[in-house]
Write a protein that binds this ligand. Structure first.
Ligand code: ZN
Length: 157
C-alpha cells in the first residue's frame, strides 16, 4: 500500500453581497466570495491537495472559466471520480481556513459532514482548523479568505 500526499492553497476576494459558502456550508455573514464558481475557497484548496497527491495536475486543468459547475461540491465530486478511476482512496485531509470574519469551529462539523459524504469517507478523516492573521494583511483587513489543505491518499499496487 502506497501513501501519497499533496498540498493545496486557495484565496478568493470578499464582496458585500450574496451567500458566503465555505466547505459546502452557507455561513451566516454579510459577505460572499468572488469567483466563477461559488468561490468555496476550502473546497478548492482540498481539490488541489487531492489532485496533487494523485499526481493529476491542478484544479485549473479540469475546471476553467467556461467549463465548471457553479457548485464547488460538484467539482469535488468530479475530483473524487478521478481519484477512483486512478485507484486512489482518501486516507485523510487536514486543512486551515484563514479568515477574520467568523469562527470556523461553529461550522467545522457540518463542513466535515458535507465533504466526507462526497468523498465516501468518515467525517473524522477530515480536519478543519480556523486561523486569523491578527488583523494583518488582506486577510486581516477582511478583503479575502484563504485556505490551505493537505491530503493523503492510499493506492493499492
Ligand atoms: Zn478558488
Amino acid at each position: 500500500m502506497n501513501i501519497n500526499v499533496g498540498i493545496g492553497f486557495d484565496t478568493h476576494k470578499l464582496k458585500k453581497s450574496g451567500d458566503l459558502i465555505i466547505g459546502g456550508v452557507i455561513i451566516n455573514n454579510d459577505y460572499s466570495l468572488e469567483g466563477d464558481s461559488d468561490g468555496d475557497v476550502l473546497i478548492h484548496a482540498i481539490i488541489d491537495s487531492l489532485l496533487g497527491a494523485a499526481g493529476l495536475g491542478d484544479i485549473g486543468h479540469y475546471f476553467n472559466k467556461n467549463n465548471h459547475p457553479k457548485s464547488s461540491l460538484k467539482m469535488l465530486k468530479k475530483t473524487n471520480d478521478l481519484l477512483i478511476n486512478n485507484n486512489f482512496v482518501v486516507n485523510n485531509i487536514d486543512s486551515t481556513v484563514v479568515c477574520e470574519q467568523f469562527s470556523i469551529k461553529e461550522y467545522s462539523q457540518e463542513m466535515k459532514n458535507e465533504i466526507s459524504l462526497i468523498l465516501c469517507i468518515k467525517p473524522n478523516q477530515i480536519n478543519i482548523k480556523g486561523k486569523s492573521t491578527d488583523g494583518l494583511g488582506f486577510l486581516g483587513e477582511m478583503k479575502g479568505i484563504a485556505a490551505l489543505a493537505i491530503s493523503s491518499l492510499l493506492k493499492d499496487n
